[in-house]
Design a protein around this ligand. Structure first.
Ligand code: FES
Length: 151
């Protein structure tokens, strides 16, 4: 009789566990915030304008001649991807350390900050401090000889 009661209690215990487990899992999945590419800070992430519009920064001819393009408001810099010259890389050239405008050094294929000498790869990744965060990336493309960026 005593064993039967124990058996019965253990079955009830498992029954409650089986009942609560699925609702607990649902509760956890609802509490998990959605992740989007726009919230990531890694240099691989590319921010796109909320409305997905692209604006012309310059011509491909200018890019080839100068090795880089800088928008008139100095908020966007575009270079050829050193790993694949058929691709473009667009970044915000505002240094993530104290806000100076970084300059493209074609010879070393990197952005250099004139204020405290931080260095960034063409994709915005930090190569040398004092900056700790990468440059913000933007989506870019070429259409009809124009370099277009979504920022
Ligand atoms: S502002 Fe660029 S390294 Fe300090």
């Amino acid at each position: 009789m005593n064993l039967n009661r124990r058996k019965l209690l253990s079955w009830f215990g498992l029954g409650w566990l089986a009942t609560l487990l699925p609702s607990s899992l649902v509760g956890c999945s609802e509490a998990t915030p959605p992740t989007t590419a726009s919230t990531a800070s890694a240099p691989e992430s590319v921010a796109a304008a909320p409305n997905g519009t692209f604006k012309a920064i310059g011509t491909v001819a200018q890019l080839e001649k100068d090795g880089n393009l800088l928008s008139s408001d100095k908020k966007i810099a575009v270079v050829r991807d050193p790993q694949d010259a058929t691709k473009l890389l667009a970044v915000n050239p505002t240094c993530t350390h104290k806000g100076c405008t970084v300059k493209w050094e074609k010879a070393n294929k990197e952005f250099v900050c004139p204020c405290h000498d931080a260095k960034f790869a063409a994709d915005g990744a930090v190569r040398r401090g004092p900056a700790e965060k990468p440059l913000q990336r933007y989506a870019s493309k070429i259409e009809n000889g124009q370099v277009l960026v979504s920022a």
